[in-house]
Design a protein around this ligand. Structure first.
Ligand code: HAM
Length: 421
């Protein structure tokens, strides 16, 4: 029979007992850690659907952005409605807040889930990938910018990332952004014949994106181009300096070429990059989007947010895997022993920090102990016919040199398990 494979750029994440050398476990671990940090910042969880109307992304991320123009997974449902798999989380969150009429109060949200972009896959760039996002909604420019960068710094320190550079910029309000775009366009027009195809396309559709160009000749031409810093207010420049000065021991750089690939940004934008990631070096990014709610038919509501690429973060995070004590529970009988199984069931509530694995396959004591050792278990609890008759178990310590063992009654066993870390 023909085998069926997964789609290009879409990975299976499969946990393994040897967590240290398994990338999927590193992803799961990073997700758990992020949720802990989000809760520490008093953020609430929000979950929105993976599928939305295509027009939601046209009107938020923007028709002219690569994400919508080239990378959106869009298809017709059975009712001929054009729907898209979300390429990011902010648009869905804003849609939800407007739809549920929650746009007259402020919110501090986090979310985590898969996103889809039809990109050319390579290391750190997938067609299905995971993002953890944060949205602070209903907050004006100021403290919320400091809060976002504080969160980035906490993520870096909790996950032991020490080569991070946090790039920050200010795009001004929509008027300043448009003024800058216009003047950039006027400056670049005479150089049109020197630009590559991609940059010519950007020049007519989205001139700001040219600042991101990887072409060295374009970058040379841009040296004398108008600068966003000439278009933004003194308050905006002050904000960038304040952020840099608030966290002097962290590597924060003001980078006026940082523009971000989504259209909804106005004002403060940022990205964190790490040298260890190679070509796809940005592991998180975000910014302010004060006009998005109105653009989507809601009330005017200021907001700022960011999203973290989980796969990229897991490559650079230096996780200290916390390994709880593993106990193997071995029942020596060919038939189902309800009493023995009930003992195992009750043990799990003794100490929820322990991992208790009831061996489910048949076999000799020797083969079962071999399995427990192979899994690196610290203890084996063995229960055979004699133990069942005397309401006791054998507790065998597997890590000691002369693996000692003793017989305990059930109360003694429970007390012992409660005492373990
Ligand atoms: P973004 O910069 O498009 O922003 O994506 C955020 C992060 O998602 C990137 O820094 C990267 O780590 C990861 N990422 C993006 N595309 C891929 C991919 N194809 N494969 C693997 N990882 C990827 C946003 O999505 C905005 N919604 C962030 C935001 C939230 N702004 C305001 N609120």
């Amino acid at each position: 029979m023909e085998k069926i494979n997964s789609l290009t750029g879409m990975a299976d994440l499969i946990g393994h007992k040897d967590k240290k050398s398994n990338q999927s476990d590193s992803i799961f671990q990073v997700e758990k850690k992020l949720i802990e940090i989000f809760e520490n910042y008093s953020l609430q969880e929000i979950r929105t659907p993976a599928l939305e109307s295509e027009k939601l992304f046209n009107r938020s991320v923007g028709d002219l952005s690569d994400i919508v123009n080239k990378e959106l997974y869009t298809f017709k449902d059975k009712n001929e409605k054009s729907i898209s798999l979300r390429p990011e989380g902010t648009a869905g969150v804003a849609r939800s807040i407007i739809e549920k009429k929650l746009d007259n109060e402020s919110h501090r949200f986090w979310y985590l889930g898969p996103m889809w972009r039809y990109e050319r896959p390579q290391k750190g760039r997938y067609r299905q990938f995971y993002q953890a996002g944060v949205e602070l909604i209903g907050y004006e420019e100021g403290l919320s910018e400091l809060e976002m960068i504080s969160l980035v710094i906490s993520i870096n320190s909790e996950l032991n990332i020490n080569d991070s550079i946090i790039k920050i910029n200010h795009l001004g309000d929509r008027k300043a952004k448009e003024g800058f775009c216009q003047s950039l366009k006027e400056y670049l027009e005479p150089y049109r014949s020197e630009l590559d195809e991609k940059d010519i396309d950007r020049l007519s559709k989205n001139p700001l994106r040219i600042l991101d160009s990887k072409n060295s000749n374009t970058q040379k031409i841009l040296k004398n181009a108008p600068k966003i810093s000439d278009f933004i207010s003194d308050e905006a420049s002050n904000l960038l300096n304040t952020i840099k000065n608030t966290y002097p021991e962290n590597h924060i750089e003001i980078d006026h070429s940082l523009v971000r690939g989504l259209d909804y940004y106005t004002g403060f934008v940022f990205e964190a990059v790490s040298e260890n990631l190679g070509a796809q070096d940005s592991y998180l990014g975000g910014g302010r989007y004060d006009e998005l709610f109105e653009d989507l038919g809601g009330k005017s509501l200021p907001a700022i947010g960011m999203a973290i690429g989980i796969e990229r973060l897991s490559y650079i995070a230096k996780n200290e895997f916390f390994e709880p004590t593993l106990v193997h529970f071995i029942i020596l009988s060919d038939k189902i022993e309800e009493k023995a199984y009930k003992i195992a069931h009750d043990l799990r509530s003794c100490n929820r920090k322990l991992i208790i694995e009831v061996q489910l396959s048949q076999g000799s004591l020797k083969s079962k102990l071999r399995r427990a050792n192979k899994d690196n278990a610290t203890f084996a609890i063995i229960i055979g016919k004699d133990e069942l008759d005397s309401d006791s178990v054998i507790l065998k310590s597997l890590k000691e040199e002369n693996s000692s063992q003793k017989q305990l009654n059930i109360d003694e066993l429970q007390d012992f398990l409660k005492s373990l870390d």
